[in-house]
Design a binder for this molecule. Structure first.
Ligand SMILES: Cc1cc2nc3c(=O)[nH]c(=O)nc-3n(C[C@H](O)[C@H](O)[C@H](O)COP(=O)(O)O)c2cc1C
Length: 176
């Protein structure tokens, strides 16, 4: 299957990026086709143009870093998102990424892609794992269910557990 990695952090040494890369490495070793898309530049928010709701429209019409993502998505079997925690929540790029999935339903509200694609989310944070942050991550991830994704358990990559969790990300990819 095709597996798309989406990494939000701008940092070269980002833990969420490392976890996404590890997942893709595992998936590739398991025989899947993988591609990484980094949202550290040229990411635009949904502009509410409604072009995606016109009859016969494709996915999003914007030509930014997500154009490639929406080109790959219809054929993909899994998406893995990596994001940093900023001020207790998933960083803004992750929310923008989520918002842009508005284009997946047409004017008739029907989904334009096959449902059931696996959705993994990895969050990197300084603090240890805690229920308040998990609730915030859940809020960001919940809309993916409405868009037909099969949401998987989130993976928390905290500063103290990074090495172990990046290894876990690799195992998750390998188990795909
Ligand atoms: C603007 C900013 C806000 C942050 N806020 C939090 C926070 O509220 N809680 C926390 O645990 N870590 C916080 N951190 C730490 C990051 O979540 C941590 O460094 C994480 O590894 C960043 O993800 P990345 O390594 O994928 O870039 C913050 C970092 C920055 C730059």
């Amino acid at each position: 299957m095709k597996v798309i990695g989406v990494a939000c952090s701008c940092l070269a040494r980002s833990n969420s990026l490392k976890a996404v890369e590890a997942f893709l490495k595992g998936a590739a070793e398991a025989g899947h086709e993988t591609e990484l898309i980094r949202l550290d530049r040229d990411l635009r928010g949904c502009i509410g143009c409604q072009a995606c709701k016109k009859e016969g429209a494709g996915l999003c019409v914007q030509k930014d870093v997500l154009a490639r993502y929406f080109e790959l998505l219809p054929e993909a079997g899994a998406v893995v998102l990596g994001a940093a925690n900023y001020m207790g929540y998933a960083q803004g790029e992750a929310w923008t990424f989520m918002n842009r999935h508005y284009c997946l339903s047409g004017g008739d509200r029907k989904l334009k892609i096959e449902p059931g694609k696996k959705f993994y989310a990895f969050f990197a944070q300084g603090s240890p794992d805690n229920p308040a942050y998990r609730e915030h991550y859940d809020e960001m991830c919940r809309p993916f269910e409405g868009m037909g994704f099969a949401r998987q358990d989130v993976l928390i990559v905290s500063r103290d557990t990074a090495e172990e969790k990046i290894r876990e990300a690799y195992e998750l990819g390998k188990a795909l």
